[in-house]
Design a protein around this ligand. Sequence first.
Ligand SMILES: Cc1cc2nc3c(=O)[nH]c(=O)nc-3n(C[C@H](O)[C@H](O)[C@H](O)COP(=O)(O)OP(=O)(O)OC[C@H]3O[C@@H](n4cnc5c(N)ncnc54)[C@H](O)[C@@H]3O)c2cc1C
Length: 299
Amino acid sequence: MRVEQGVPLSRFTTLGTGGPARAFAKPESEAEIEELLLWAASRDLPVAVVGLGSNLLVADEGVEALVLRLAGALAAVEVDGETLRVGGGAANAVCLHRARAAGLGGFEFACAIPGTIGGGIWMNAGAYGGDFSLVLGRALVATVDGSGWLTPADLGLAYRHSELRHGQVVLGAELRLRPRPSDEIRAQVRELNAQRKAAQPTNRRTFGSVFKNPEHELSAGRMLESCGLKGHRIGGAQISPKHANFIENADGARTADAIALMTEARRRAYEQYGVELRHEVEFLGPLELPPLASTRRQR
Ligand SMILES: Cc1cc2nc3c(=O)[nH]c(=O)nc-3n(C[C@H](O)[C@H](O)[C@H](O)COP(=O)(O)OP(=O)(O)OC[C@H]3O[C@@H](n4cnc5c(N)ncnc54)[C@H](O)[C@@H]3O)c2cc1C
């Protein structure tokens, strides 16, 4: 199994930022994953997976880890009755296409989520009232100690959350769907995509929602908008003028620019609403947001 050094992860993130991986490989089978997990363990190197990088901020200085991108059989999709058997690296769009062709509904919520099955399970991705916990039968998860099937309860799926940790690799999953006419699925997907296009910057480089919605009458987006942050720019990154819970790569952004914007957004939401926003985007590499107390403006 070929392991490459210094592959720039900016190629694999939708924001287009991020430094190199210490080691990088594209396994195509469970056997190759086993080999790679042992290879990393023997070097004390952590392991992380990138899907479509659509919910990922990677440190500019790179990542001291073996980074995997699942391919081949690990990204395949098969229909078996009302079950969709999918690889952890299968793109949601491909899964939805196959489900529609087979007249199986239930995965329509994922039409505008540009990720893979592994990334979707990792954070229980969802939209329009649906999420992975509602369709996932079970997931096959590998670690250096072996692999096993886990249910949504085992995975601790909750709002944009699972208990998965780096070192665990979602090899595949079974999605339990239900018969639905293809035309109905197509019509619903068209409608959801139109809603999405009207509200969000779908034609820009972003990583989806920056912050989880807080327990507050305002969503994270509305809260940041009312803090006057739409269009706010630091370096090459800007808060989307269309939706304040998105950060766009406006021109040559670095991850540090996005982190600086997130720091400023959290500070303002805290000062104006007393709300501590929690980030939805996942961090890879040495990245963190400063504690809120240290970001308060000196008065
Ligand atoms: C325009 C846009 C719109 C979006 N809209 C939504 C939305 O409506 N709802 C929503 O929930 N999200 C949304 N997102 C965010 C993102 O698409 C989802 O979170 C998606 O599920 C991430 O999948 P991914 O494959 O890109 O994961 P990545 O971003 O590559 O990775 C995310 C996390 O999952 C882990 N991971 C990925 N694959 C595996 C695997 N096989 N095994 C173990 N760990 C793995 C990674 O290590 C990382 O920690 C949006 C993003 C964009 C750019």
